[in-house]
Design a protein around this ligand. Structure first.
Ligand SMILES: NC(=O)c1ccc[n+]([C@@H]2O[C@H](COP(=O)([O-])OP(=O)(O)OC[C@H]3O[C@@H](n4cnc5c(N)ncnc54)[C@H](O)[C@@H]3O)[C@@H](O)[C@H]2O)c1
Length: 262
């Protein structure tokens, strides 16, 4: 799929990995529709990018909120004439908690729902609502591609640490749905790729204590540092441009295998 003159929907596009992706695709001529809960940064980023960017304040855990953003995006697509090229489902949260705490209290169902509703339900709901517009998009190139769906899992999908049952469950499910999604959409010329990053600099990881971040960096094999959002964005770019990437989960992790605890 080409990047220039196609429209990309990016959830979580106001920060971190989603923002780096938006900037990278935009700099290569894409139109970007940014969906994020954070209205202040979302709006100012869209303004700074200019006429090839739109921001929709969106909560991906709400079906109605996604519906409004999808409607707005496709009205925009109609007015620009730049067909959809893909969806990057980047909105995500972490909320650590042991399955049972020191007082023998189980993890609250509210905290489990919070993580699953954004990371898993929100990812699938965004894709579900965008797909009917993708199946009818103008085909591109010799393979007749209609678009690419890119999801973000995590190292926690494979080696989740203590306190990560909800997060690991959400990311493991995203990894697991990649192949059936690719299979469902192959007849339309739509691909599905999941990227599973280890530690990357972003607002999410800025909230970690220095000690936690340092021990995660120590667990990296090589290079021994956090990944940069731009390094994530280039893997998104290749997932869009390389037609052979489909139905797979790409570990982007400097060979890091997370230990049980930090
Ligand atoms: N940074 C890392 O080390 C790392 C590692 C593995 C996976 N990930 C995953 O990458 C994705 C992006 O994370 P990031 O590191 O860029 O974090 P980030 O906090 O910088 O960005 C996440 C964005 O998602 C938005 N968001 C949160 N809840 C939302 C909701 N309900 N609706 C819409 N938007 C919402 C936030 O406002 C924010 O702009 C997440 O899915 C995260 O789990 C990150």
């Amino acid at each position: 799929m080409k990047i220039a003159d196609r429209t990309y929907i990016i959830s979580g596009g106001a920060s971190g990995l989603g923002l780096a992706t938006a900037r990278d695709l935009h700099s290569r001529g894409a139109y970007v529709s940014l969906l994020d809960l954070n209205a202040d940064s979302g709006a100012s980023i869209a303004t700074s990018l200019g006429s090839r960017a739109k921001f929709f304040e969106t909560d991906v855990s709400s079906t109605d909120s996604i519906a409004a953003a999808i409607k707005g995006t496709f009205e925009w697509v109609e007015s620009t004439g730049k067909p959809i090229g893909g969806v990057v489902a980047g909105a995500g949260v972490g909320l650590p908690g042991l399955i049972v705490d020191k007082k023998n209290e189980p993890l609250s169902i509210e905290s489990i729902d919070f993580v699953l509703n954004i990371n898993l339900r929100g990812t699938l709901d965004l894709i579900r609502q965008a797909v009917p517009y993708m199946t009818t998009a103008a085909p591109e190139g010799p393979d007749g591609e209609r678009g690419v769906i890119i999801m973000i899992a995590s190292s926690a999908a494979f080696d989740g640490q203590m306190g990560q049952v909800s997060y690991a469950a959400s990311k493991g499910a995203v990894a697991a749905l990649t192949l059936p999604l690719a299979r469902d959409l192959s007849k339309y010329g739509i691909r599905a790729v999941t990227i599973a990053p280890a530690l990357f600099d972003s607002n999410m990881t800025k909230m970690m204590s220095k000690k936690v971040k340092q021990s995660l960096e120590n667990a990296m094999e090589f290079p021994k540092r956090a990944g940069q959002p731009e390094e994530f964005a280039r893997t998104v770019r290749d997932s869009i441009e390389n037609g052979m990437l489909n139905g797979t989960v790409i570990r982007l992790d400097g060979a890091m295998r997370m230990p049980a605890r930090l």
